[in-house]
Design a protein around this ligand. Structure first.
Ligand SMILES: *[C@@H]1O[C@H](CO)[C@@H](O)[C@H](O)[C@H]1NC(C)=O
Ligand SMILES: *[C@@H]1O[C@H](CO)[C@@H](O)[C@H](O)[C@H]1NC(C)=O
Ligand SMILES: *[C@@H]1O[C@H](CO)[C@@H](O)[C@H](O)[C@H]1NC(C)=O
Ligand SMILES: *[C@@H]1O[C@H](CO)[C@@H](O)[C@H](O)[C@H]1NC(C)=O
Ligand SMILES: *[C@@H]1O[C@H](CO)[C@@H](O)[C@H](O)[C@H]1NC(C)=O
Length: 418
């Protein structure tokens, strides 16, 4: 603490500013924090770290005893510790009911969570306020790292998709969480979404594994809204719905070196679902492989009256391996019978260097809104080939509606007629 205080004072003098010391201490930054996250995985949080092991708070790794209260106590003490703090979840099976890990925290950021064990849901528990199952909320500076597994045991409760069914609980939610690294960790068979992020700023997911069967309903891998600067790198996501879904109010999102499949692909949308949705912009999906998915690079919006704008979207260097709709914009998603056309405007969208195989004949399917034709859509170096069992009713082709595409480089399938 003393040395940090001194550094803080020097820093303040250097900037010529008068800042309270805690603001200087809050300088922790995810861009330089990945090495620290690797240490946290093995229980090494650096010098002067106080450890808060859930076992010391009465948690039992026996696969039956409910532990939510013990975990929350360990979290609270770590969060309120006046120095550096690391919550430790050791190996073993921990059963937890719904748990809200909520700040604001006064520890020296970041709050570290060293996660090795397996978390299992407690059967038939009521969902805590603002929590689905496990929720981190109102925290600035967090690392969750390790080889631990969150197993939602969704296979015990999944029902086929149905209209007006309540949404099944997400496994891990991050709400109002800033400056966070999620490193390693596994999510298996979530009941609903595996990870759900909202109202957050600067979260980096790296090396996370997500898995659930292809037919599991609404098990989105990483679902986000109203958040800025979310980065997803080096993850393997196989699930029953979108691998990544980026909905209203998401800005500055990067998805890189992700392998997706099975699943419904990497989706911007559904957009235009709710009133007054905030715009989506600055989305980059690059160096990803999509394997046996329903969609590859997808933008989808509902066919109704809710306006918003999705702009600055780039899909590049993608490999499609037996994907059904490798490149797709669908502005007639949901509300099939509706006579409305989507009021979401889609602009400045780039599909670049996308190669591999399609199992459908219409490998490029761009269906934009008649009320709001797409603008600034480019396709550059698209090299797909048909490898499927679909009968040849149509040639291997592109289909464009309410959009004028600017083409460059190789085009397989051939471009839409001008
Ligand atoms: C997170 O950052 C946002 C935007 O910078 C800020 O408004 C919010 O208060 C921060 N939340 C926390 C928990 O620090
Ligand atoms: C994720 O899966 C890969 C391949 O199966 C494995 O090598 C890696 O260790 C897994 N990551 C974690 C955090 O368990
Ligand atoms: C998105 O990123 C840009 C560039 O880093 C930044 O200027 C902008 O403020 C970010 N958007 C939001 C909503 O914070
Ligand atoms: C992206 O993929 C290309 C070719 O597959 C590879 O050469 C490059 O190193 C990758 N970039 C990153 C950041 O991994
Ligand atoms: C092209 O898209 C339009 C609009 O959805 C549809 O009516 C038409 O059947 C499609 N053509 C092919 C060959 O799929």
């Amino acid at each position: 603490m003393a040395s940090l205080g001194l550094v803080g004072i020097i820093f303040i003098q250097f900037l010529g500013l008068v800042l309270p010391n805690y603001l200087v201490l809050a300088q922790w930054n995810t861009d330089t924090g990945m090495e620290q996250a690797k240490g946290v995985a093995t229980g090494t949080g650096g010098p002067d770290v106080k450890v808060f092991n859930v076992l010391d708070f009465g948690a039992k790794a026996d696969g039956t005893t409910p532990n939510a209260i013990n975990f929350i106590r360990a979290f609270k003490e770590a969060c309120n510790h006046p120095g550096k703090a690391m919550m430790v979840i050791p190996e073993g099976e921990f059963v937890l009911g719904s748990a809200l890990f909520s700040g604001p925290c006064s520890n020296v950021a970041p709050l570290m969570v060293s996660f090795s064990g397996t978390l299992l849901p407690q059967p038939n528990t009521k969902t805590a306020e603002d929590a689905d199952w496990l929720t981190f909320q109102s925290i600035d500076g967090l690392i969750v790292s390790g080889k631990g597994t969150v197993n939602g045991q969704g296979e015990k409760t999944w029902k086929p998709e149905c209209e007006n069914c309540p949404r099944a609980p997400a496994s891990l939610k991050f709400i109002k969480v800033n400056n966070t690294i999620i490193s390693g960790i596994n999510s298996v068979n979530a009941k609903g979404f595996h990870f759900m992020i909202s109202v957050s700023d600067n979260i980096w997911f790296d090396g996370v594994n997500i898995s659930a069967p292809a037919d599991s309903p609404n098990t989105d891998g990483i679902h986000m809204s109203k958040s800025n600067k979310i980065k997803i790198t080096n993850c393997r996501i196989g699930t029953g719905d979108d691998c990544v879904s980026i909905i209203h109010g998401s800005t500055n999102i990067t998805v890189e070196n992700v392998v997706c499949g099975p699943g419904h692909g990497i989706s911007v949308g559904s957009l235009g679902h709710y009133d007054s949705e905030a715009d989506v912009f600055g989305i980059t999906v690059k160096n990803c492989t999509l394997r046996n998915t329903d969609n590859g690079a997808r933008i989808k919006s509902y066919k109704n009256n809710n306006p918003s704008r999705a702009a600055g979207i780039t899909f590049e260097n993608l490999v499609m391996d037996h994907v059904k709709n490798p490149i797709i914009i669908d502005q007639e998603y949901g509300q099939v019978g509706s006579s409305e056309s989507s009021k979401v405007s889609i602009e400045d969208v780039h599909f670049t260097n996308i190669k591999g195989t399609s199992v459908s004949k219409v490998a490029v399917d761009l269906l934009c809104s008649s009320a709001n034709p797409c603008k600034g859509v480019t396709l550059t170096d698209i090299d797909l080939k048909f490898e499927g069992t679909e009968k040849p009713a149509v040639p291997f082709s592109s289909n464009c509606t309410n959009v004028k595409v600017v083409y460059a480089g190789i085009q397989n399938p051939p471009p839409c007629p001008p």
